[in-house]
Design a protein around this ligand. Structure first.
Ligand code: CP
Length: 322
């Protein structure tokens, strides 16, 4: 068995991306480089997707211990389009079910020469824990960690905002929903703080108020209409029922749409050219009205498209740190 090594920091000594565990610690210049690189992998709809051979001969293992559609599919496609061998471990059929520890699972796959682990887990600290125990040539990418971090989601959100607003500075960004349990809100807020002087307004119902220590520089309110007023970007989040023990206090879907949902009336309070975002998975007519999700200001499909390009950029960046 390997022992923890000294290579578990995100960046190498010469500033290359060894692991992607969180956005904290990345510079504005480095994030800009990742966004630019992601754009270099984008092609117009109808064209064949961009391909590269940078991961040829290397192996990427997707370990998703929580459900996912967007992140898992896009990491798989991203790795294949960069010419990697890709392993999607079916965790429900793996030997962890028979009691094998997480680290023994990692060591087993590492022995098969996996180069990059893409990890989603419901527990905080798992990506860090794995990254401090893998061999020096192996990288770990955080694909969603409890309510703590979802760095590639943060990057794809930044790219989507930049493409629509031509800047990541001086914007008013309103994030509405279950902020208390949201790794998405934490990562995009952190990214916006790194990239510029942005006003971040967080809105949640009573009982889902976040620990504002996780949101340096952001404002919090329960007043959704005031928070949307004059915003450049409005993002809706779903209620993370799987992380809430006491569900009896939650509003019904109908009440939620009425009091905290993103409706056509509410988005009219934002700037006329405001964009509407949602990381998915989306509960239509709960946190966002179907007409808003499909409306002219919605960039939700663009977020999904950008997710694939961002994951290609991140995979390529960690390959260059070797
Ligand atoms: N936004 C996001 O992480 O979606 P998935 O859970 O489908 O990956």
């Amino acid at each position: 068995m390997s022992t923890p090594n000294k290579f578990s920091a995100q960046l190498t000594e010469d500033g290359k991306l060894r692991h992607l565990l969180r956005l904290e610690g990345l510079s504005r210049e480095f994030i800009t480089h990742l966004l630019d690189r992601a754009e270099s992998y984008q092609r117009p709809a109808g064209d064949t997707p961009a391909r590269d051979t940078i991961l040829q001969g290397h192996t990427v293992a997707n370990l998703f211990f929580e459900p996912s559609t967007r992140t898992r599919a896009s990491f798989e496609l991203a790795a294949k389009r960069l010419s990697a061998d890709v392993l999607n471990l079916d965790v429900n059929m793996s030997s962890r079910i028979k009691g094998e520890s997480l680290l023994d699972t990692i060591y087993t796959l590492q022995a098969m020469q996996v180069d990059i682990f893409v990890v989603r887990d419901a527990s905080a600290g798992i990506p860090d824990f794995i990254s401090s125990n893998v061999q020096s040539q192996v990288s770990v990418l955080n694909a969603g960690e409890s309510d703590v971090a979802h760095p590639t989601q943060g990057l794809l959100d930044l790219l989507t905002i930049r493409q629509n607003k031509q800047t990541l500075d001086g914007l008013t960004v309103t994030i509405i929903g279950d902020i208390a349990h949201s790794r998405v809100a934490r990562s995009v807020s952190r990214g916006l703080t790194i990239m510029g002087d942005n006003e971040i307004r967080l809105v949640a119902p009573q009982g889902l108020t976040p620990d504002m220590g996780n949101y340096p520089g952001a404002q919090f309110t329960h007043d959704i209409n005031a928070a949307i007023e004059g915003a450049d970007v409005v993002m809706a989040l779903r209620i993370q029922r799987e992380r809430i023990k006491e569900k009896s206090s939650l509003m019904t879907n109908h009440e939620y749409l009425q009091y905290f949902g993103l409706t056509e009336e509410r988005i009219a309070l934002a700037k006329p050219d405001a964009i509407i975002m949602h990381p998915g998975p989306m509960n239509r007519d709960v946190e966002i009205a179907g007409a808003v999700a499909d409306g002219p200001q919605s960039v939700i499909t663009q977020q999904v498209r950008n997710g694939l390009a961002i994951r290609m950029a991140v995979l390529a960046a960690v390959m260059e740190s070797r």
